[in-house]
Design a binder for this molecule. Sequence first.
Ligand code: NAD
Ligand code: IPM
Ligand code: MN
Length: 346
Amino acid sequence: PHRIDLAVIPGDGIGPEVTAEAVKVLRAAVGDDVELSLTDYELGAEHWLATGETLPDATLEQLRRHDAILFGAVGAAPGDTRIPSGLIEREFLLKLRFSLDHFVNLRPSKLYPGVASPLADPGVIDFVVVREGTEGPYTGNGGTLRGGTPHEVATEVSLNTAHGVERVVRDAFARASGRRKKLTLVHKHNVLVYAGHLWKRTVEAVAAEFPDVHHDYLHVDAAMIFLVTDPSRFDVIVTDNLFGDIVTDLAAAVSGGIGLAASANLNMDRTAPSMFEPVHGSAPDIAGQQVADPTAAILSGALLLRHLGLDAHAQRIEQAVEQDIASRSGARRTSAIGDAIAAAVS
Ligand code: NAD
Ligand code: IPM
Ligand code: MN
């Protein structure tokens, strides 16, 4: 494209700090090749406190018209009583992912050279988690009976459709086919028999279309062992929305930390814009101090460019990040990291 019409949602906490650096690097990476048009949207927990709005339908319709969305993070501190936990997560973030049909939540994990892993002998870590993004226990299919009494019953139903599982499994196989040709389904079909068996059957059926891809299966608990003891065994992991959330924070931790972990919420049918965001949250404990690592947000910008067909520009960002990481010594301010990477890509 010659022009990218980008929506930017900085959000709360460190969201604005890291998003500013991602924008800086995106501008530097595309240079004069692409005209970047940016529209800022003020949304998130602070916006809700000020206005009572989470994600108005009119705003959602405006967001729909952009080529892509760059998002920082939203959310209040866990102990903050001014905002009910889950309100902004559900009514803003999940509403966006569901409305824009972001069925592939792509979360790559790569241990870059020179990065300290908490693992003594990490080996080569280079895998992607393909996390389902629109179903599972995230759909709000739950309720409570006799709330607040000693007899309260709370349910949180996991929704899994054949259509929803099949499209994300097929995407994961296609990615594996373009990589080291190994796909691991992570689930828990020894306990979650209905959803687990749907996932297992779907993987076996779709596998027939990808004879070059080897596939295996791990229960999610055992998968956590191997993520720590032998992460190089993984190439593509496909899993549901909740397992994928948990797996990708551990994946980030073993491959250099949450400050480096990028993600893409992809609508692979391209019926709506995709959204790019770091895996981490608003980190209220370090917000406003310019100490957050903007690398995850910057790498999410690279995923954005790749999704829009700008592979060479995306690669330039990834290479600049790799060089920057390899040369890191002392602590640098958020903006200094962005400046260094921007200088290296332009
Ligand atoms: P978090 O990811 O915000 O923070 C976890 C820990 O990681 C904190 O110690 C934080 O300081 C650190 N951290 C996170 N990003 C970092 C960075 N770029 N550089 C250095 N350190 C970093 O998770 P949390 O504390 O569980 O959640 C805080 C809020 O964020 C909650 O309201 C939660 O719902 C929300 N959240 C939002 C998103 C999102 O918007 N996509 C994702 C996760 C959590
Ligand atoms: C993430 C976050 C979100 C999720 C929350 C904030 C809704 O943890 O993007 O990983 O669970 O998907
Ligand atoms: Mn998460």
